[in-house]
Design a protein around this ligand. Structure first.
Ligand SMILES: Cc1cc2nc3c(=O)[nH]c(=O)nc-3n(C[C@H](O)[C@H](O)[C@H](O)COP(=O)(O)OP(=O)(O)OC[C@H]3O[C@@H](n4cnc5c(N)ncnc54)[C@H](O)[C@@H]3O)c2cc1C
Length: 495
């Protein structure tokens, strides 16, 4: 096993894309197999030091940044153990880089539907964060495709969990060979969600580990469901003006928020609704870009026209006649198509470029991101969209609004330039989180809680909900070894 102890060898493991600067650790352990993972755990227990799992460091909430102790990096557990085309499944070491896996699948005409956006991430971390991706509108997030995991526990055991094997009984107890755990009484919202431990009556133990952000054990191996390679797809970017949306009063009075209040003014939500409801279209993703996002993207795509907004749609084929019919009611400024390999890849880049440019900008201005990641149930989305637009009109802080509008999940990112602006941005952030909580939504649809969002998780589930998570952790990781301060602070367990 490789063990790095020199400060200059450790430094690159002390960061992710959150730009948080508190990270410190005494050593990085890099096991090659499960036996070495267990050896690392034994050593950490002997030294009484916490152990933080590290993937590729593409996380955005400081999850892999250690708050002391040691790091366990899964980078050498990077073998694809098998790809079984006949049974549409793959077994992988935790440290396999997603991009490498996807290319292997490509060569075998297979596909991994969650298709997480950040391709340099490790597959084990994708499971630990329940990562989602560009097609989650169509296929859902990682959770749906995880069939089996192997996890190293702090009790120095390997727990092999196959979906369906360990299920909560009527009292909410899951019995495994190494522990009995009572699942939390709260219910995870039935929407895109990456906030805290998953909980639902009759749930599967595997779902407790998926999205647990390295706090319950070290995932060493995963088995994933696959599907046949996707048919050829095309991308369309629709640049639009005429963005009027309903007034709040109309929307609330209408009862049917998506359809009624919007009919009068041809707002963008009505357009999205027509796309979603059109059975003839075979859509994989619907993404939104506001005017400020387009302004940033102009650095990479100078021919973006002047307009108020753009929708990015990926679909199975270019159904031109249907689109003409849908779009004739809207003020379309320009439309770009990518339906040959070259143009398709160029437009894929359009979608990926914005988060990259935003992260670069944050690094440049040396600020921590104030990035809203809430999602709400579909019937509440018009209300949230209206709220975002009002917030955009009134804030003095630079911002962009973009993201997964098809999943009722938009990122409102603030770019505060100084502490005063940061305070304003955080005040707006808290208002948005309250909106999401009121609507039974989530405070984090995809980035997770990590070390950045404890207080928002408490707003979502209440203190008791977070205490329940802490009790789950205490049962499964009685030595409080893993993921110190991820999801909730350690002191919660000591209160
Ligand atoms: C440009 C960009 C776009 C992104 N887009 C998305 C997106 O669309 N959807 C989305 O969900 N995320 C997105 N992310 C966030 C990030 O890519 C995902 O969370 C990803 O799954 C993290 O993988 P990683 O290997 O970099 O993990 P890291 O950042 O290294 O770690 C993430 C967390 O997983 C834990 N962990 C890592 N490995 C293990 C293991 N083997 N066992 C237990 N715990 C482990 C860590 O302790 C940490 O808490 C994006 C990030 C960037 C930079």
């Amino acid at each position: 096993m490789i063990i790095k102890k020199e400060a200059d060898q450790i430094i690159s493991y002390l960061e992710d894309t959150s730009n948080l600067k508190f990270g410190n650790a005494d050593a990085v352990y890099i096991p090659k197999n499960e036996a070495e993972v267990l050896q690392t755990i034994k050593e950490a227990r002997r030294n009484n030091t916490p152990l933080t799992a590290s993937g590729a460091g593409t996380g955005t909430v400081g999850g892999r940044i250690p708050a002391g102790g040691a790091i366990i990096s899964l980078e050498k557990m990077n073998n694809i153990i098998s790809i079984d085309k006949k049974n549409s499944k793959a077994v992988l070491g935790s440290g396999v880089i997603l991009d490498y896996f996807l290319k292997e699948l490509d060569s075998k005409k297979l596909f991994y539907p969650p298709f997480p956006t950040e391709r340099m991430a490790f597959i084990g971390s994708n499971v630990a964060t329940n990562a989602s991706g560009e097609y989650s509108y169509r296929f859902g997030a990682t959770r749906k495709y995880v069939e089996r995991i192997r996890v190293a526990l702090s009790t120095e055991n390997i727990l092999d969990i196959r979906r369906g094997q360990y299920i909560a009984d009527e009292q909410g107890i899951i019995t495994s060979p190494f522990f009995k755990v009572k699942i939390p009484a709260y219910r995870s919202p039935n929407i895109k969600n990456a906030a805290g431990y998953f909980a639902k009556p009759g749930m599967d133990l595997i779902d407790l580990f998926i999205g647990s952000e390295g706090t319950l054990g070290i995932i060493t191996e995963v088995e994933l469901k696959l599907i046949p390679a996707l048919p050829p797809r095309s991308i369309m970017i629709i640049f639009l003006d005429q963005l009027e949306v309903h007034t709040k009063g109309e929307a609330v009075a209408s009862g049917d928020l998506l359809l009624t209040g919007l009919e009068k003014d041809n707002g963008i939500l009505k357009l999205i609704n027509s796309i979603k409801n059109n059975k003839k279209l075979n859509v994989y993703s619907i993404e939104y870009f506001d005017a400020n996002s387009l302004g940033i993207l102009k650095k990479a795509f100078p021919n973006i026209p002047s307009c108020q907004t753009a929708l990015y749609i990926e679909q199975e084929k270019k159904e031109m006649d249907i689109w003409l019919e849908i779009l004739e009611k809207y003020s379309v400024v320009d439309t770009w198509f990518g339906d040959n390999a070259r143009d398709y890849n160029k437009l894929i880049d359009f979608r990926h470029k914005l988060p990259e440019l935003i992260n670069e900008y944050f690094r440049e201005i040396k600020q921590t991101k104030v990035a809203i990641d809430i999602a709400v149930p579909e019937n509440y989305f018009p209300e949230l969209f209206y709220f975002y637009r009002e917030m955009a009109k009134t804030t003095a802080v630079e911002y962009v609004i973009f993201g997964h509008i098809g999943e009722n999940h938009l990122h409102f990112n603030f770019f505060p330039k100084n502490e005063q602006e940061k305070e304003q941005a955080i005040a707006s952030y808290i208002k948005a989180v309250k909106k999401a909580v009121q609507a039974n939504g989530t405070v984090s649809a995809e980035h997770g809680i990590g070390k950045l969002k404890h207080k928002y998780l408490a707003m979502m589930y209440g203190r008791e909900g977070v205490m329940e998570m802490a009790r789950v952790k205490k049962t499964i990781d009685p030595f409080y070894l893993f993921g110190l301060d991820n999801i909730f602070p350690k002191k919660l367990l000591q209160d």
